[in-house]
Ligand binder design. Structure first.
Ligand code: CA
Ligand code: CA
Ligand code: CA
Ligand code: CA
Length: 622
């Protein structure tokens, strides 16, 4: 994705640190991080936890030549100097995970008079180069905020997040030509640029540099930043892009597109706004409050894994040409169970699900893989104990439930823990079924839930310590493979994995959750996210929550085999609750089914052939 701003003076997506103003003044002191002092000399020919004039907080540096990023260095035409900042922290104890920014506050009136700012004639161009360490997922995050003479916040907050494409212009390898943002160059040096009006009444601007709250932190932050600039100049400023969503990857299949634009000296003409999605003009809602115009459009369901672009074109009450902002996003991959995997909606009975636990003897000294494959073998009884002679499968040391397969019927929720008090998102955890003398290691569990799901788009989540795999499975007698929805294939502390799916046809679907524990703590929760925007979570089948998704223990009998044998047909069926009654009718429109034989607790029957055609069904107990 790229953001492109067009003005009457310059049309270039990247390559200019300011647009259309030859006399811009950079207000930032030491934005190239060349002269860090104090702290401790480090092995990268720079300083660790030093200070630098203008900046408030601790700062570490790395000299170019220690190239821990990917791709080329910042082009010489940008004058990157000899070093870049390595990490930055407003918290001198490093106790806050590098989320308290290193800051620099500048006086805007050093570049633009107060009268010009208040007339909307102060323009700023905020720019920086950002990269990160190739072996970790740390990322830098920059902000600029404006304050009036009484230090009240005015205007919006501009954010450069190296994880996101908003205000990204180009990678070093392409500079000064624009690049298409992508995740494969996530550790390359990338230039971000935003040009907009200084909000009227603003007197100071504060730049912040921190670790991206949208990334993960490993050890010391590797949030590489160089060439931070805040160029200001006087011009008749124009409206500019302030925010846009969605962006980049991982967007749900149902989403709403929202763009905000902020007026400059010239005001946006709301009647001029044109919005298009994937090249097609759409009737977006346009509203304006104060200086901010909001454009919103909600498309229908977007295909799994599909890529999209959207564009806003708008004019203002000045003499310039219309401006265009183009943005893009990609929908995450979501599962879609085939409609024939479902039993009819409302056909589930007896609230609950089955849960089966398989554990190795607690005093085993063997180590087992911490993987989904190990869990599936353990549940299938095929996991081999190599310490036995001859090697044979592990025996199950968990206490078996009363169902034929050793599972338990659970009537409420999956909110299990081994030995501890609480874990995950929901309190009131209980011990895993079948485990009575915690703590256990190296066990696996399987939950089977018959979920009554109205047609729609869903987000589920599993909070697990350690891993899991969630899938929809075809019922017996229906061809098809499991639809894998989400998984975590390894060890971790209790953490969420969210996954989306689409139900095309309302019905009762068979949902399988395989969970496994490796060592130390163990816990598992299964929940739905009731609101994709607010992220509210509800445990599946929670009897105390009216909008919880319902799970059932029983779905109607389903004939799995029908074979002629002389003057009979032999049928087999699965599911349902015994005793069963086989029934027949010769005409599909006939109202009356007649019983064939007497009720049976088995799963097979032989039905005499009557006439040229007929219909057979099996009815279970309520
Ligand atoms: Ca530098
Ligand atoms: Ca790190
Ligand atoms: Ca819990
Ligand atoms: Ca664990």
């Amino acid at each position: 994705m790229k953001t492109r701003s067009k003005t009457g003076l310059a049309i270039l997506a990247g390559g200019l640190s300011f647009v259309g103003a030859a006399n811009a003044i950079d207000l930032i002191l030491n934005g190239s991080f060349e002269a860090i002092t104090g702290g401790t000399p480090n092995s990268y020919n720079s300083i660790t936890d030093g200070t630098l004039a203008g900046w408030d907080g601790l700062i570490s540096g790395i000299s170019y030549g220690f190239n821990y990023f990917s791709g080329p260095v910042i082009p010489a035409s940008e004058n990157p100097g000899l070093a870049h900042s390595w990490n930055q922290d407003g918290d001198t104890n490093h106790a806050s995970g590098y989320t308290i920014p290193l800051t620099q506050t500048v006086n805007l009136t050093n570049g633009v008079s107060a009268a010009n700012i208040d007339a909307g004639m102060g323009q700023y161009t905020f720019s920086a180069w950002m990269s990160s360490y190739t072996l970790q997922n740390d990322q830098p995050y920059l902000t600029v905020q404006f304050f009036d003479a009484s230090t009240n916040h005015v205007g919006g907050t501009a954010v450069f997040d190296r994880l996101h494409s908003l205000f990204f212009t180009s990678f070093a390898v392409d500079f000064p030509s624009p690049s298409v943002f992508n995740d494969t160059q996530i550790h390359d040096w990338a230039k971000y640029v935003k040009t907009a009006a200084i909000p009227p009444l603003a007197r100071t601007a504060t730049i912040g540099i921190q670790h991206s709250p949208n990334g993960t932190l490993t050890g010391r932050a590797d949030s590489y930043v160089d060439l931070v600039k805040l160029d200001v100049t006087v011009t008749n400023t124009r409206p500019s892009l302030e925010s846009a969503a969605p962006l980049d990857s991982g967007v749900p299949g149902i989403t709403s597109v929202k763009v905000t634009l902020r007026d400059g000296f010239y005001a946006l003409d709301t009647n001029s706004v044109q919005f298009s999605l994937d090249g097609t003009t759409q009737a977006a809602s346009v509203s304006k409050v104060g200086a901010v115009t909001t454009i919103q459009y909600t498309p229908g369901l977007l295909a799994s894994g599909s890529s999209h672009s959207y564009q806003v074109v708008y004019s203002d009450n000045g003499p310039g040409l219309p401006q265009t902002n183009s943005l893009s996003f990609t929908v995450l991959n979501y599962g879609t169970p085939p409609p024939d995997y479902a039993s009819p909606p409302g056909s589930g009975s007896h609230r609950g699900f089955t849960y089966r636990t398989v554990a190795v003897n607690p005093d085993t000294t063997n180590s087992l893989d911490c993987t989904i494959a190990r869990a599936k073998a353990q549940l299938a009884g095929t996991l081999i104990d190599v310490s036995t002679q001859p090697p044979r499968p592990y025996t199950n040391s968990a206490t078996l439930g009363t169902n034929a397969d050793g599972s338990y019927n659970i009537t409420n929720v999956i909110n299990f823990i081994d030995g501890g008090a609480t874990a995950g998102n929901f309190p009131d955890d209980v011990e895993f079924p079948g485990l009575e003398f915690p703590p256990y290691d190296l066990f696996s569990t399987e939950a089977k839930l018959y979920l009554d799901l109205p047609a729609g788009y869903y987000r589920f989540g599993v909070n697990s310590d350690d891993g899991f795999e969630a899938s929809f499975v075809p019922p017996q007698g229906v061809a098809g493979s499991p639809i894998i929805l989400g998984s975590f294939d390894g060890g971790r502390a209790a953490n969420d994995t969210l996954f989306d799916f689409l139900v095309q046809t309302s019905g009762v679907y068979i949902f399988r959750l395989v969970y496994f524990e490796c060592d130390r703590d163990a816990s598992c929760e299964l929940f739905s996210v009731t609101n994709l925007v607010t992220g509210g979570k509800v445990l599946i089948n929670d009897p105390t929550v009216p909008n919880a998704i319902k799970s059932f223990l029983v779905i109607p009998p389903r004939i799995t085999s029908i074979v002629q044998s002389g003057s009979n047909v032999n049928i087999q069926w699965a599911y349902g609750l015994a005793p069963y009654q086989v029934q027949f009718k010769s005409d599909v429109t006939g109202a009356v089914w007649s019983n064939v034989g007497t009720a049976t607790s088995g799963n097979t029957a032989s039905v005499p052939i009557q006439g040229d055609s007929g219909f057979i069904r099996v009815v279970g107990s309520p």
